[in-house]
Design a protein around this ligand. Structure first.
Ligand code: NAD
Length: 496
């Protein structure tokens, strides 16, 4: 295992810890004085100590966000908001190496993948910067007797609470921040307690590029305290949440007090369907990335793999062989293809699912064990392929959120569509075929927010992202996101 030292800027950032909470443009200790440790998942060792926000800090951050919303932020012209978002995107690009290393140390993912995330962050800010000056209303004809001018305007919702997970820490935070800020809202961001570092660094960059104090507040803390307080706070107008379906339900309950707007990007158990006429090497590569990218810790992971029976054995042989060759290691090592899981808790959870899969009779074709040697210190699990799973097995029904794919053969199109839809989730799906008719029939038949044809996990800032069914509601990205962060006001003027 190569030991790779972080860049000097990363070490300097870590040494300046314990980082404080960003509230109203100032760095503050938690009101309680409490801190928590964030762990390097590659080693299981403490990486940094971070101030832990509690309800009092949430309250202070919401108050600061409201003050900024009512004050300087509302007065900025759209083009000035856009310029700030562009400047933030430029700053993110300029600090790509540093942010990527921080993300890798905190989350575990290979630094190559962290760089993809960080470039994505900049692109999402730029995409939404373009919308600042294009948030138009409509002029509506009136059929009432008399003469009127009737129009709509789109106004920001107000103060947004963004609660995000640890799997793409800065990228998913940006899916909320970019449209929220573009639409003129202010934000209180609560990163996952496992991965608070890049959000804190982004807070520093936002101040450096000139965002007014209180427009972006960053308050790391636990979900059960800081997250719950933010979701329930009467001063928050909207909660934008990405995380588990279970916590999504709690967010809805917490939001009921002031009927705040809620958007939820939740779990998934996405089907990836390979037809016999597919370009098989491309489909094997696609299925591999669909489940093993980011250690399988993806809401959209192609975790249920349906393969046409005539190519099933050949496909599984190739996939299992490639899974067995993945090089695992610490994310900072440039040779690493797969990092550790996020935490000891997640490792135990994934191991539990693997044990259950074996017990229920799925056939293990690759992986299934913790990594050994030097890697045993960290939270590494081998990329795992189960074959001959049955639709009613736990490993087929439940979201595992790890590098575990369950493969099943299928016979025909209508059957596989029905089986693909037999899930509580509806986030994403993939289909591999050379036949246009097959592709379109699957695209029309699958109940999910995203359908990839001959590709997987490609996410563009202009495309809407979100789920059907228990994968949540609302959309991140694209123009669809603008609806989540604006209210529509109708103005009817009597000209008679
Ligand atoms: P999680 O639900 O445990 O936590 C997500 C966030 O919610 C964290 O910031 C956490 O601190 C906070 N939280 C926890 N309990 C809370 C509460 N009671 N009130 C308010 N906030 C609370 O999820 P996780 O383990 O961090 O992430 C994994 C889950 O996220 C998976 O289910 C995955 O599918 C889902 N996810 C979905 C998407 C998507 O776009 N649909 C993307 C990434 C992850």
């Amino acid at each position: 295992m190569a030991v790779v030292a972080p860049a000097p800027a990363v070490s300097a950032f870590l040494e300046a810890l314990p980082k404080r909470l960003l509230i109203g443009g100032e760095w503050k200790d938690a009101a309680s004085g409490r801190t928590f440790d964030t762990i390097n998942p590659a080693t299981g060792e403490r990486l940094a100590t971070v101030a832990e926000a509690g309800p009092e800090d949430v309250d202070a951050a919401v108050t600061a966000a409201r003050k900024a919303y009512d004050g300087p932020w509302r007065k900025l012209r759209p083009s000035e908001r856009a310029r700030l978002l562009w400047r933030l995107a430029d700053a993110v690009n300029a600090h790509e190496e540093e942010l990527a290393q921080l993300e890798t140390l905190d989350n575990g993912k290979p630094v190559r993948e962290s760089k993809i995330d960080i470039r994505g962050v900049a692109e999402h800010f730029r995409y939404h910067a373009g919308w600042c000056s294009k948030l138009q209303g409509t002029t509506i004809p009136v059929s009432l007797p008399g003469t009127y001018l009737n129009y709509t305007v789109r106004e920001p919702v107000g103060v947004v609470g963004a609660i995000v997970p640890w799997n793409f820490p800065l990228l998913i935070a940006t899916w909320k921040l970019a449209p929220a800020l573009a639409c003129g809202n202010t934000v209180v961001l609560k990163p996952a307690h496992e991965t608070p570092l890049t959000a804190l660094r982004l807070g520093e960059l936002a101040i450096e590029v000139g965002f007014p104090p209180g427009v972006l507040n960053v308050i790391p803390g636990l979900g059960s305290t800081a997250g719950a307080a933010l979701a329930a706070h009467p001063g928050v107008d909207k909660v934008a949440f990405t995380g588990s379906t279970e916590v999504g339900r709690e967010i809805i309950r917490a939001s009921a007090g002031n009927l705040k707007r809620v958007s939820l990007e939740l779990g998934g158990k996405s089907p990836n369907i390979v037809f016999a006429d597919a370009d098989l090497p491309a489909a094997v590569k696609g299925a591999f990335n669909a489940i093993f990218f980011n250690q399988g810790q993806m809401c959209s992971a192609g975790s249920r793999l349906f393969v046409a029976r005539s190519v099933y054995e050949e496909f599984l042989n190739q996939l299992s062989e490639q899974a067995g060759k993945i090089r695992q290691g610490p994310g900072l090592d440039p040779e690493t293809q797969m990092g550790p899981l996020i935490s000891a808790v997640q490792l135990k959870r994934v191991q539990g699912f693997i044990d259950t899969g074996r017990r229920e009779g799925a056939v293990l074709r690759a992986g299934g064990e913790r990594a050994t040697g030097d890697l045993a210190r960290g939270f590494f699990i081998q990329p795992t392929v189960f074959a001959d799973a049955k639709d009613d097995m736990t490993v087929v029904r439940d979201e595992i959120f790890g590098p575990v794919v369950v493969a099943m053969p299928f016979e025909e199109l209508d059957e596989v569509i029905a089986r693909a839809n037999a899930t509580a989730y509806g986030l994403a799906a993939g289909v591999w075929t050379r036949d246009l008719k097959t592709a379109h029939r699957v695209a029309a038949g699958i109940r999910a927010g995203t359908l990839w044809v001959n590709c997987y996990n490609l996410i563009d800032p202009a495309s809407p992202w979100g789920g059907y069914k228990e994968s949540g509601y609302g959309r991140d990205m694209g123009d669809a996101a603008l609806h989540e962060y604006t209210e529509i006001k109708n103005v009817l003027i009597n000209l008679g």
